[in-house]
Design a protein around this ligand. Structure first.
Ligand code: DGT
Ligand code: CA
Ligand code: CA
Ligand code: ZN
Length: 572
């Protein structure tokens, strides 16, 4: 079983216990699922090396769950899971994917309407059966139908950030095949798109048939669509399709380039080659029959008269022209962040204490974090009021002075909730005491563009608000972005000196690449934040950096590439 599959069962267990009304267990299983999902290594490998004991070292996994994971790895299931599944035999992951549908609702839908899956739910909602149930009503029925529509539109594309550990693992396994010389995952994954359609793997070898044989022997293949000597096409057990192709070494660069895409970028490159009277395809760049470039990507770009273009920019949105004019931006690097400006703790809805978060950030390689717990109008998170914020500030002072952190600083902040009309729920006097104030929309997602834009600009005009966190509030595959006039927002950000955040959490990636490019052009500064709710989440920063790179951002566009001491100058 892959980590994704194990995590899926653990999430289902959490939901099943919640349906049962059991206390504490749902949270425990959810924590364990998040821990498994965030692993850099396959749980299977961990188990093989260190047995059940080593599974307990996974974040959130205790003894009991470790034994369940062992059973999953050995037999594909465990007794408690089977027992609970029998009571409520529904497709939990499919149903919870609908925005607003949770375990309790699923239980009622099953008991009263025999809803087992998405199709059943849609049918029941369409004929008006859902709204007749107790606690449901017209409004939730409409919301369910909207959620289903949204899911259909996303067309089965999956969020890259959640799958990347599995993809890297697969890449590592293929690299370890004795007959494989080089192997790399290309396509939308290498371009670091938000969501991906499939996995495109490329390898070089002089024994392609041997590589195919080993690939088809991997345990996570669910179905083989087609197999050949140099190309094989499969469905993986995690539901994704994967292609593998084997090419000779001398064509590696050309093949990597071709299969990285995007298709539009490829077509533009091919046209450049044609203009020179040459030919470009996945085997190389040719003058007549002579191969003039193909071993690596750099030599192909060079031969075409271009600077090397980073994969994240290959969308044919001006990068070729910029490469020819030597005007490509120098993109922010994956190791360039020094701090994280949005971090939640157990003072509200985070998992870990301030100290634990700080230690984890330090271990990740950061020099500082800003603690930004939610504020009071987000009641379900136990959001802070002024009094609680002041108390938290003295706790932060205490930690900074304690000597526990040598070259690391904890800064004071908040994720202040924006009201319907653009008012904040913390008074100015308290906001003035914080090092960094972030503000974010968590409600009233459906206002008109005009109202929404006005509401946010009003917040940016506050002399205390430094950053707008996850501006559009979208959750990829789950929730639409709010409707804002981005041009007006960027103008206001420039005028007021407000930072716009790039939230790095894989299904947020908010703001999107197109908006980032507009900020870069307008000279509006951004931050890249993990939005961490657990100490495992700092590694999500990578996805925010990828997003920034797709938006053509350099280090100088992102304020938390600067040391903590310089922040004051960059903020209001
Ligand atoms: P995805 O899988 O939908 O997330 O997006 P991609 O970009 O990975 O697309 P995919 O898997 O269909 O193809 C992988 C790459 O192969 C693509 O980025 C560029 C290249 N490619 C595919 N079809 C064509 C084509 O018709 N013409 C050209 N020039 N390149 C193509
Ligand atoms: Ca692909
Ligand atoms: Ca493909
Ligand atoms: Zn939160």
């Amino acid at each position: 079983m892959t980590n994704q599959e194990i995590a899926k069962v653990l999430f289902e267990m959490a939901a099943l216990y919640e349906m049962e009304g059991v206390l504490f267990k749902p949270r425990a299983y959810e924590k364990a699922a998040l821990g498994v999902e965030a692993l850099d290594m396959e749980a299977e490998e961990i188990y093989k090396k260190g047995g059940v004991k080593s599974l307990e070292e996974i974040s959130g996994v205790g003894k009991g769950i470790a034994y369940h994971i062992e059973a999953l790895l050995k037999k594909g299931s465990f007794a408690e899971y089977e027992r609970l599944k029998k009571k409520i035999p529904v497709n939990i992951s499919e149903l919870t994917a609908v925005e607003g549908v949770g375990p309790k609702m699923i239980k009622t839908l099953w008991q009263k309407l025999r809803v087992r899956n998405l199709a059943d739910l849609e049918k029941a909602a369409r004929v008006g059966k859902v709204k007749k149930l107790q606690h449901f009503g017209e409004k939730s029925e409409r919301k369910i139908l909207r959620g289903i529509e949204f899911l259909k539109k996303s067309g089965g594309r999956q969020v890259l950030g959640f799958l990347l550990p599995d993809v890297r693992n697969l890449e590592k396994i293929i690299r370890s095949f004795p007959e494989v010389e080089q192997a790399i995952v290309c396509g939308s994954i290498r371009r670091r798109k938000e969501t991906i359609g499939d996995i495109d793997i490329l390898a070089t070898s002089i024994k392609p048939e041997k590589v195919m044989e080993r690939f088809l022997g991997l345990p996570f293949i669910a179905h083989v669509y087609g197999r050949g000597v140099t190309k094989t096409n499969v469905k993986l057990k995690n539901g994704l399709d994967a292609d593998i192709r084997v090419v000779p070494k001398k064509s590696y660069g050309a093949a990597v380039n071709y299969f990285t895409g995007s298709k539009d970028h490829n077509i533009a490159l091919r046209e450049l080659a044609i203009k020179k009277g040459w030919k470009l395809n996945e085997y190389g760049l040719f003058r007549g029959k002579k191969l003039i470039a193909g071993r690596d990507e750099e030599e192909i770009y060079k031969a075409l008269g271009l600077r090397y273009i980073e994969p994240e920019m290959r969308e044919n949105t001006g990068e070729i022209k910029a490469a020819r004019a030597n005007k490509l931006p120098r993109l922010i690097g994956y190791g360039d962040l020094k701090g994280d400006l949005q971090v939640q703790t157990d003072w509200t809805d985070g998992e870990n204490s301030i100290e634990e978060m700080a230690r984890a950030a330090e271990n990740y390689g950061l020099d500082y974090i800003v603690i930004t717990d939610h504020t009071r109008s987000l009641a379900m998170t136990g959001g802070s009021d002024e009094k609680k914020l002041l108390k938290q500030m003295s706790e932060i002072d205490r930690l900074n002075r304690s000597g526990k952190f040598k070259n690391f600083k904890i800064l004071k902040g908040a994720e202040v909730n924006i009201g319907k009309d653009g008012l904040l729920d913390i008074d100015d006097k308290t906001l003035a005491k914080l090092d960094v104030v972030g503000a974010a929309v968590h409600s009233h997602f459906n206002l008109s563009r005009q109202e929404q834009t006005k509401r946010i600009i009003r917040v940016m005009e506050s002399p205390h608000v430094d950053i707008i966190f996850h501006l559009t509030g979208r959750i990829i595959n789950r929730r639409e972005p709010i409707d804002v006039d981005i041009g007006e927002i960027i103008k206001a950000a420039k005028r007021t000196g407000t930072i716009l955040e790039i939230d790095a959490y894989p299904d947020r990636l908010d703001i999107k690449d197109e908006y980032i490019r507009k900020c870069v052009e307008a000279g509006v500064k951004m931050s890249i934040d993990s939005d961490a709710h657990s100490k495992e989440h700092f590694k999500m920063l990578e996805h925010g950096i990828a997003q920034a790179r797709r938006g053509w951002a350099s280090s100088s566009d992102i304020i938390n590439t600067r040391p903590a001491g310089e922040l004051a100058r960059l903020l209001k």
